[in-house]
Design a protein around this ligand. Sequence first.
Ligand SMILES: [Fe+2]
Ligand SMILES: [Fe+2]
Length: 185
Amino acid sequence: MSNDASRILTQLREDHRNMMLLLEMIETEANRLYRDEAVDLDLAHDIMIYMTTYPDAVHHPKEDRLYAELKAARPDLSQGMSKISAEHRSIAEKGLELRNSIEQVVVGQAERPNAVVANALRYVDALRSHMHWEEHDLFRRVELMIRDGHDVLDKAVFVQAPDPVFGPRAEQVFARLFDRIKKAR
Ligand SMILES: [Fe+2]
Ligand SMILES: [Fe+2]
């Protein structure tokens, strides 16, 4: 796959749109759980398996690499962006925690469902504001780097893996989630 930064940016923005949709779905289920209404925990769990499988393992490492390129090529533009890796680690930790706490509810071992609600809303807020920051700051700086002629990143090795839900072929393990997304659109 081509290593040009503009293509990577296009993919990252598409990932963000997909994640935004999934976060809305998680938020809806968390609010239902809070109000003691019927909750689709399998859906919430499927989403968290996806979040900890693709965004944490492919999307965020790609951004870390892009930031490293920006820092190397345009240190003037990379000022103040170093929090990115710490945010990715924190999002991955929160994601795993949420995934585990949903599993506890599924098997009926959760002591306080509201702790799951709080975990879910914290996760949604953290990831939304992280993506907002990337879109409105980091990605714009990368665009400046591209505009100034640094687009082809010859030596950069990006983690490449197809999106198992939104990619060219949905993986079998995500078939149920894929169907729900089709209906939600
Ligand atoms: Fe990110
Ligand atoms: Fe991102």
